[in-house]
Design a protein around this ligand. Structure first.
Ligand SMILES: [Zn+2]
Length: 170
């Protein structure tokens, strides 16, 4: 089921999410709603708080690993994901977010990371990658700690964006 995407500055996006204790029907139906929403609105990843559920779950397009534009998207569910930095050298990617309308910005993050999680069967999964793929893993996992990519951009850029959003809401 398609769900509305929570938009910045909704305070839900700044909350810390709860770990998933058990993979039950509720968790499976949440994964389905996240996927339906992501496919409908379009994107490379989504985190549960973006549809208003404070659970540690993300979906990432793992076809990004191949760095080829013509590949079909391959969405995987990651439950309780944990990021490990494999190469801390800063790397910059142009990021955007379904919850942060009308903004893309360069964000510096560690160059290469691993993500460890569980899949919907409760089996451990491990992915690693760099570039845009690595940035995507970090971006989505950040959401579970109430962090958005705009928390990583310069103060000036952030202030300009906040001002614009305030104006739009009036
Ligand atoms: Zn995002």
């Amino acid at each position: 089921m398609l769900r509305p995407v929570v938009q910045y500055p909704d305070p839900v996006l700044a909350k810390i999410c709860e770990p998933v204790a058990e993979i039950d029907d509720e968790v499976r139906s949440l994964a389905k709603d996240m996927l339906d929403t992501l496919v409908t609105v379009g994107g490379v990843g989504i985190a549960a708080p973006q549809i208003g559920v404070l659970k540690r779950m993300v979906i990432i397009d793992v076809s990004l690993e191949k760095e080829q534009d013509d590949l079909p998207q391959d969405f995987r569910v990651f439950i309780n994901p944990v990021i490990t930095v494999l190469d801390p050298k800063p790397h910059e990617e142009n990021e955007g977010c379904l919850s942060v309308p009308d903004l893309r910005a360069k964000v510096k993050r560690p160059r290469r990371v691993a993500l460890d999680a569980m899949d919907l069967e409760g089996k451990p999964v491990h992915i690693e990658g760099e570039g845009y793929y690595g940035a995507c893993m970090q971006h989505e996992t950040d959401h579970l700690d109430g962090k958005l990519f705009i928390d990583h951009i310069s103060f000036l850029k952030r202030s300009l964006y906040d001002k614009k959003m305030k104006k739009n809401r009036k």
